[in-house]
Design a protein around this ligand. Structure first.
Ligand SMILES: [Mn+2]
Length: 292
């Protein structure tokens, strides 16, 4: 039996006390509308378990970023139906954001980003959303359900039109025809391979306050195979970090999530990548910001 505390990074009590931590990890083990392979409900616990192996010293920034406090909250349990689940997640998120913490949610299926963005917009006002994902998620309904993971960005368009979608390489005819403005703004892996200014383009699409949502399938499946729909041709670790670092430097990232992690043990590469990514977000958002 490991004696490492069961929280993000395995921190001792003085660094994970919810009353004085700057960061809040919120586990969302939910897969209510999963369309292909189940298993994302096990994602948050697997990420937290993997995080205990993550080095607390950041090799790139040459400092430690947990001393400001990272509290791991109890998981939001599954409700009877998708609408009730959305409400439950929004309430949990609102309570954390209301206490002034940086909310970093771990999923679980991507549909839950809609109530998270709602909660953040209610607190911070006009918000823009940076989505890293293989899929556009712009369907109006999917499988007869408007609360599906495949519809999450369509729901978010009702909250804000300032969305920047990076890594997209799977889109339906319906999405292509009905959301042409968003489609024109996609930053695809091909765009990234062919242009030096893709991060600048992303920045132009974002306002001052940014909600960052990362579907783990935005990465290349060679790096993150543990996800329901591993689309080939995804982003690299360095590309994703370069983007988040630049956004954190010039905008205010107010909250974030990492979704759709589906553990496929004994290969634990995906949850470990997600854990490192979560700590990178915590490190980057503590760096001083530069005004444009
Ligand atoms: Mn996706």
């Amino acid at each position: 039996m490991s004696e490492t505390p069961d929280n993000f990074l395995g921190l001792p009590p003085e660094y994970c006390d919810p009353t004085c931590s700057r960061y809040a990890i919120l586990p969302l083990p939910y897969e209510g509308t999963v369309s292909y392979k189940g298993g994302t409900a096990a994602g948050p616990a697997a990420i937290i378990d993997a995080s205990k192996q993550v080095e607390k010293f950041d090799e790139e920034l040459c400092d430690e970023y947990y001393e400001i406090g990272i509290a791991t909250y109890p998981a939001v349990t599954a409700a009877a139906d998708p609408a009730a689940q959305m409400k439950r997640v929004k309430e949990a998120a609102s309570a954390i954001i209301g206490s002034g913490k940086f909310l970093l949610s771990l999923g679980g299926e991507h549909s839950l980003t809609a109530p998270l963005v709602e909660a953040v917009a209610a607190k911070h006002g006009p918000i823009s959303v940076l989505q890293i994902d293989a899929h556009a998620d712009l369907r109006d309904t999917y499988g007869g359900c408007g609360e599906s993971h495949a519809c999450v960005m369509r729901r978010i368009l009702k909250i804000t039109h300032r969305i920047c979608q990076v890594g997209i390489r799977s889109v339906s005819r319906e999405e292509y025809d009905s959301c042409q403005r968003q489609v024109a703004n996609f930053i695809t892996p091909t765009d990234i391979a062919c242009s030096a200014d893709w991060i600048e383009r992303a920045m132009e699409l974002l306002g001052d306050n940014v909600y960052l949502t990362i579907d783990i399938d935005g990465f290349d499946p060679a790096l993150a195979p543990g996800t329901g729909t591993p689309e080939p041709g995804g982003l690299s670790w360095q590309q994703v970090l370069a983007l988040i670092k630049e956004v954190a430097c010039h905008r205010r990232i107010v909250a974030a999530d990492i979704m759709e992690v589906r553990p496929i043990g004994p290969n634990h590469i995906t949850e470990y990548l997600a854990a490192r990514l979560a700590y990178k977000i915590i490190a980057y958002t503590q760096q001083p910001r530069e005004k444009e």
